[in-house]
Design a protein around this ligand. Structure first.
Ligand code: BMA
Length: 916
């Protein structure tokens, strides 16, 4: 038997001097932004007599449960929150599911049904409450819940919180709670079979080694496999479980949304309070106060029995003093404490403390001078903001293993790479509260997809009911966060219909378009507009936005660069050729794959796996032809690794894929950033670059810039530079070498391009030149340098395209540098003449306190110098750089305890010349 801990709350005595404080039950119910504490009624001791019982008591049912499979052959302890896979792992029934080929070996787990059981007792005073609710914060996914043998309810959506009223079922002594979970894979198959017409895609491509029909189940879509992830269709109680008992009411949810009135230049705050009421509250009072803004207001409240939502508008008295929340790089993220105090009857009060942030956001789609289309950009607090960032996928197949530290490390890494935005992609999960709170604090704008991706979806009534509840709950949970700047209906489903990914015969198309509009427009959009008008809604990504709407929500070509956002991938075209990239209004996805580090792979493989052509390499690659494509793209510009030692060659191949990826995404991102101020042939005015993808779900090749475990790939170090607020961009336009100064700053700058012509064969510049000073307006991309390449090289003397390259940076008239240094290859490094083995040596100094310094010494110019600290977690100050000096110091900040010796032992340094 498991006895659950009853947590405590202090209850205030208010009316009689005979009453004194007693301990009562009530855990802190802090979730993200909101920290609610209810002080409702009390159990009072008058002399020795127990009187009155109003007030809320909670019991957590988290902790050890038991878990059993359908035929009873497996019975084990299981942690809640958790899932079947992690329970089996913890109890030693299975090995690390990420190890080698285990994803396939453990396919049986998702084909079985599993039952979670717990036994608990409930104090009599709690049972005596008017209402006892059994609250599941999240059940994954298809389940039947029973208490003491009686059915309590069913669940079919992992994105929902479920509340069941169970007061009548609780008994004295042991209560037995069971949650019986059906195989998600079998359930999906049954639903598809029962459906009157096909809803494609049926199954993922063979190469993903996944499961079919995930679109029929409201669960993380990538859990049945994806092109970067394994198939682990989880089942479990993935979030907390508790009992809540009360007599009068409980607060179900609280949200705050700031509203700016343009006409009066005044701020108000909409405070939304949802309560579940047992006994009517007729003459209550609610006081809202924002002490930081000298604002306080009291409202009369009346709550009728049942679930009601009540909105109170608090007018900010000192609107002029409001300090705004800004995206990172554009200002600070100040917050204001807000207190709610409810007096709901004699002895019945509640208080809540939360934080509010003030900002406005618009998605601007309006005519662009000189262009046939519409703009597409975000305006925050009236200012156009270029979105720089990436796409977020689930950080683990088993959500219960996602620690706060992992979320924090990834978000901090995003901001450290000068990102100001992330798209929470629609094939994963709505993130935990902590994610959004950290985005608020860090100034990360969140493009929030609803969880639908790369598929068509059924729209029968029970499915729609579940989706509607999902949208309501998620919008209510997240709308207080200033970081969330956009709701978006789905990932690529408009495109899937428009360009007929699934080969739907012409006559059947209207049926699918009707389903599409029903789901994303008539339901999701309608609900979002009802729940939250403070931020924009987009039906899909990519989309033509308003132009898609005009075409009945499915555009002929949702990839039209003159409208909306776009996704663009080409692995075969030369990624150095910027002419290949769409000059889009907003690039919300683009990218290239690479392999993670050897140290990451080592943890899930054995020596026989360490070959490019072996079964392990193809097993982990879930994108058809991915490994071939990477090497073909790399081969366009670099010599491919040719070491005779197989391990050396394997490691060099991992390296070369990262070089290729970093350089390709750099080329594309720099193209987007320099296109922000221009319209060329009706296209341009690009205002967003979110590459695919930020993070990884396991140790495998993918488009990520941060590998599983948190280590930055070369791309992430590149991103830190190519997303810098001020950036010099160099490219060739016909015969000319051109440089732009890109600035996301609000101030105007006067800048020159300082250009050094370097020779591959020596460490000192062949010559240097500088452009005349140019006015670079804030928030613009301004051409600053143009010269025919031939003339430039001739003027420099002994240089050809093959023997030389360009390094450049920006300076103001006082000689101060703005932004990072950049460089431009005048030929592919594979054709370059004079690249020599640089014989780089590294020396590590320092202590844990202030981090470490690595001193590199080189005998020649070395491109793509890569420092890898192996298993020593942390990050370098810079990495993957062009080394054009005899020595260079690079900082290293460890993420855990280490020493100079340990770092020195683990450190490897690779540069391009080392691999062939
Ligand atoms: C995009 C994404 C994902 C996918 C990625 C790489 O379209 O939306 O579905 O992982 O491409 O193929």
């Amino acid at each position: 038997m498991t006895r659950k801990k009853v947590s405590e709350v202090r209850v205030r005595e208010e009316t009689s001097p005979l009453l004194r404080d007693v301990n009562m039950t009530m855990p802190p119910t802090c979730s993200g932004l909101l920290c609610l504490s209810l002080l409702l009624g009390k159990s009072l001791l008058v002399s020795s007599v127990q009187v009155v019982t109003t007030g809320q008591q909670n019991i957590s049912l988290n902790g050890k449960w038991t878990l059993e499979n359908s035929n009873g052959s497996l019975s084990l302890p299981a942690e809640v929150p958790g899932c079947v896979h992690t329970a089996l792992l913890k109890q030693g029934y299975i090995q690390d599911p990420y190890y080698r080929f285990n994803d396939v070996a453990y396919g049986w787990i998702a084909l079985d049904n599993w039952t979670y059981t717990t036994t608990f007792t409930v104090p009599s005073d709690m049972r005596a409450k008017q209402r006892v609710m059994l609250v599941f914060e999240g059940i994954d996914t298809i389940s039947t819940v029973s208490l003491n043998g009686a059915a309590v309810g069913r669940t079919d959506n992992m994105f929902l919180q479920y509340d069941f009223s169970v007061g009548a079922l609780l008994t004295e002594g042991d209560n037995v709670l069971t949650v019986s979970l059906a195989s998600p894979v079998r359930y999906a198959a049954q639903r598809s079979e029962a459906h009157s017409y096909r809803v494609p895609p049926d199954c993922p491509p063979e190469v993903q080694r996944g499961q079919c029909h995930v679109n029929y189940i409201r669960k993380e879509q990538s859990s049945f496999s994806w092109d970067w992830g394994p198939s682990f269709p989880t089942a479990g109680l993935w979030k907390g479980v508790r009992l809540e008992a009360y007599d009068v009411l409980r607060v179900v949810h609280l949200a705050t949304v700031p509203v700016y009135n343009q006409t009066s230049s005044g701020w108000s705050l909409q405070v939304e309070l949802q309560v579940e009421v047992v006994a009517e509250v007729t003459r209550g009072q609610l006081t809202l106060s924002l002490p930081g803004l000298d604002t306080r207001q009291t409202f009369p409240v009346q709550f009728l029995p049942g679930r009601t939502r009540n909105t109170y508008t608090l007018h900010v008295t000192t609107s002029g003093a409001v300090e705004l929340w800004w995206p990172s790089g554009h200002g600070d993220q100040p917050s204001y404490p807000l207190t709610l105090q409810g007096v709901l009857g004699p002895g019945l009060t509640f208080t809540a403390d939360t934080k509010v942030y003030f900002r406005t956001v618009e998605l601007v789609q309006e005519p662009v001078p000189g262009s046939p289309g519409l703009s597409f950009y975000f305006r925050v607090n009236g200012k156009a903001v270029f979105m720089k960032g990436s796409n977020w996928i689930p950080t683990h197949s088993f959500q219960d293993l996602v620690s706060p530290a992992v979320v924090r490390s990834l978000l901090e890494s995003a901001v450290a790479a000068n990102m100001n935005a992330l798209r929470v992609w629609g094939g994963g999960v709505y993130q935990q509260d902590l994610f959004y709170s950290l985005c608020d604090e860090l100034g990360v704008m969140v493009w929030q997809d609803f969880m639908f991706a790369c598929a068509l979806y059924p729209t029968e009534e029970d499915f729609m009911d579940s989706v509607r509840e999902e949208v309501r709950q998620q919008v209510r949970r997240l709308k207080s966060h200033p970081s969330v700047v956009l709701w978006s209906g789905n990932n690529e489903n408009e495109a899937a219909l428009a360009t007929n990914w699934f080969g739907i015969p012409g006559p059947e198309r209207p049926l699918y378009v009707k389903d599409y509009v029903k789901l994303y427009v008539d339901n999701i959009r309608a609900l979002v507009l009802e729940e939250d008008q403070s931020r924009p809604f987009l039906a899909s990504s990519p989309t033509n936005g308003l132009a898609s709407e005009r075409q009945g929500w499915v555009a002929d070509d949702p990839y039209d660069p003159r409208y909306g956002d776009s996704h663009y991938y080409s692995y075969s075209r030369d990624c150095w050729d910027w002419g290949a990239f769409p000059r889009t209004r907003f690039a919300s996805e683009y990218g290239f794959q690479s392999w993670p580090s050897f140290s990451a792979l080592q943890k899930v493989s054995v020596p026989e796996d360490w070959s490019w052509d072996g079964p392990f390499s193809s097993h982990r690659q879930h994108h058809a032809e991915g490994n071939r494509q990477m090497l073909e793209q790399a081969g366009l510009h670099y010599h491919l690794p040719n070491a005779t030692d197989p391990l050396r060659r394997y490691r060099h191949t991992l390296y070369i894929t990262q070089v290729m990826q970093a350089q390709c995404v750099k080329a594309q991102t720099e193209f987007y950033r320099r296109s922000r101020s221009e319209v060329v042939g009706g296209k341009g005015h690009t205002m967003g670059a979110l590459y695919w993808q930020l993070n990884d779900i396991w140790q495998a090749p993918s488009w990520s810039s941060i590998e599983f475990g948190g280590k930055w790939k070369m791309l992430h170090y590149f991103a830190q530079r190519f997303f810098a607020p001020v950036l010099p961009v160099g490219f060739e336009d016909g015969v000319s070498m051109v440089m732009y100064a890109v600035s996301d700053l609000s101030v105007d700058l006067n800048l020159t391009a300082q250009v050094s012509v370097l020779s591959w064969s020596r460490l000192d510049p062949v010559c240097t030149l500088s452009s005349p000073a140019t006015l670079v307006r804030g928030n613009s991309a301004t051409p600053i340098f143009r010269q025919p390449v031939d003339a430039l090289l001739e003027g420099c003397g002994n240089c050809t395209r093959r023997s030389c390259l360009l390094a450049f940076h920006l300076e103001d008239p006082h000689g101060a540098r703005w932004g990072p240094a950049n460089h431009h290859f005048l030929c592919s490094p594979r054709d370059a003449e004079g690249i020599e083995a640089p014989n780089i040596t590294a020396e590590v100094r320092g202590d844990g306190e202030r981090g470490y310094t690595v001193t590199l010494r080189s005998t020649s110019v070395a491109p793509f110098v890569w420092l890898d600290a192996g298993d020593v977690a942390g990050r370098f100050g810079s990495n993957g750089f062009l080394m054009a000096s005899r020595s260079r110091e690079v900082g290293f900040v460890p993420w855990g305890p280490t020493s100079a010796e340990e770092l020195g032992r683990a450190l490897t340094v690779t540069s391009l010349r080392d691999v062939y």
